[in-house]
Design a protein around this ligand. Structure first.
Ligand SMILES: Cc1cc2nc3c(=O)[nH]c(=O)nc-3n(C[C@H](O)[C@H](O)[C@H](O)COP(=O)(O)O)c2cc1C
Length: 366
């Protein structure tokens, strides 16, 4: 399970570069500013939220802790930020809608049978989800070799060492057997068989026309997740997207993909104010959020950081992860010399040799 959570695709070059790219973005702080009241709240995907850090969709969160997706969604509500339920999550939109006050986004993997996806959209809407995101970087699954070697995720075959590891965690095993989480429950009204699961995987013939068709059924915020090319972002906007989630899936898909944060300035130029830009992959600290916002992101998204919290302590673990990240964000806003998210912009960027910025230095600093 740890390999499934932490690992990336193939040689994990994208995974490692995602982190390295953040350390190349440096911000020059202002001093002698009154920072006694720092406010992290902002607005994204049609909702006012407590901080520009959204919880991204993850498949099968029930593997990590028996409190599963509802535990995460309740924690998100306490921090007033978006919770995203994955198509291949182990909970239904109705379960999430019943327990969580968080603003909610439904993630779609559109299968060959498009009607299944449309039915899920209708259910999510009825359960109080206000935003939709379509993940488009997964026409096939990336080769996550470390996880597959350990038999993750199911139905891959587990080696003896995985069984021994499971036996070494009796409390986890007891809770897992008791809660019996099933991935993909939202797509079916019964526990799916292996064959049904395979048939409901993401379609390989997905095109921009699918975005248009979805837009005809959904009038709320619509984000396209996993766009890296600026040409694709422009097309996504022309076909009805209101947000781009600039993401390489946390380095879990295409191992030659650049770090999203490095592509952010180009993406901002390409879409302008026609769409919001949410960036993920590699955010581990509150200060990374400031880096992304200074480069032009509307908000950021995380996957693994909250999953580590979930695995370690269920809902309380996610809350603790969010508390740490929010605390870091507040502290670093004060250190940067700003009190509002709207005040964080390109003027703070250090135009070092790794950052391509065509503006003159006196346009960059306050
Ligand atoms: C265990 C795991 C499962 C994931 N499952 C999905 C998924 O089902 N759908 C999706 O769009 N993204 C999925 N993602 C990607 C996340 O939504 C997000 O893009 C990524 O984790 C961000 O990178 P970070 O982990 O470095 O924060 C998954 C990520 C992880 C770690």
């Amino acid at each position: 399970m740890f390999e499934y959570l932490s690992g990336g695709a193939e040689d994990e070059r994208a995974l490692h570069n995602n982190r390295a790219a953040y350390s190349r973005v440096q911000l020059i702080p202002n001093t002698l500013r009154d920072v006694s009241h720092v406010d992290t709240s902002t607005h994204v995907l049609g909702s006012d939220i407590g901080m520009p850090l959204l919880l991204g969709p993850v498949g099968f969160a029930g593997l990590f802790h028996h409190e599963r997706e509802p535990g995460v969604a309740v924690a998100a509500g306490k921090y007033k930020t978006f919770y995203s339920l994955a198509t291949w999550g182990s909970s239904t939109p109705e379960e999430i809608g019943a327990v969580s006050t968080a603003p909610k986004m439904m993630q779609l993997y559109i299968p060959s049978d498009r009607e299944r996806a449309y039915a899920l959209v209708d259910r999510a809407k009825a359960a109080g989800f206000t935003a939709l995101c379509v993940t488009v970087d997964t026409p096939v699954q990336g080769s996550r070799e470390k996880a597959w070697r350990m038999g993750m995720p199911p139905p891959a075959k587990m080696p003896i060492s995985s069984y021994l590891s499971i036996l070494g965690h009796p409390r986890w095993l007891f809770n897992f057997l008791r809660s019996r989480p099933t991935p993909g429950v939202s797509l079916f009204d019964h526990p799916p068989s292996e064959r049904e699961m395979m048939a409901a995987g993401p379609a390989t013939d997905l095109t921009f026309e699918d975005i248009t068709r979805l837009r005809e059924r959904w009038d709320g915020p619509l984000a396209i997740k996993g766009v890296l090319a600026t040409a694709d972002a422009r097309l996504a906007v022309e076909h009805g997207a209101s947000a781009i989630i600039l993401s390489n899936h946390g380095g879990r898909q295409f191992d030659a993909a650049p770090a999203p944060i490095d592509l952010l300035p180009g993406m901002v130029d390409a879409v302008g104010d026609r769409a919001e830009i949410i960036v993920d992959s590699g955010i581990r600290r509150g200060v990374d959020v400031l880096r992304a916002i200074a480069l032009g992101a509307t908000a950021c998204m995380i996957g693994r950081p909250y999953l580590y919290g979930l695995a370690a302590g269920g809902q309380l673990g996610v809350e603790r992860a969010l508390q740490i990240l929010k605390g870091e964000l507040e502290r670093n806003m004060a250190l940067l010399g700003v009190t509002r998210i709207a005040d964080v912009d390109g003027r703070f960027l250090h135009p070092g040799r790794d950052i391509v910025d065509k503006r003159k230095p006196d346009e960059l600093y306050r």
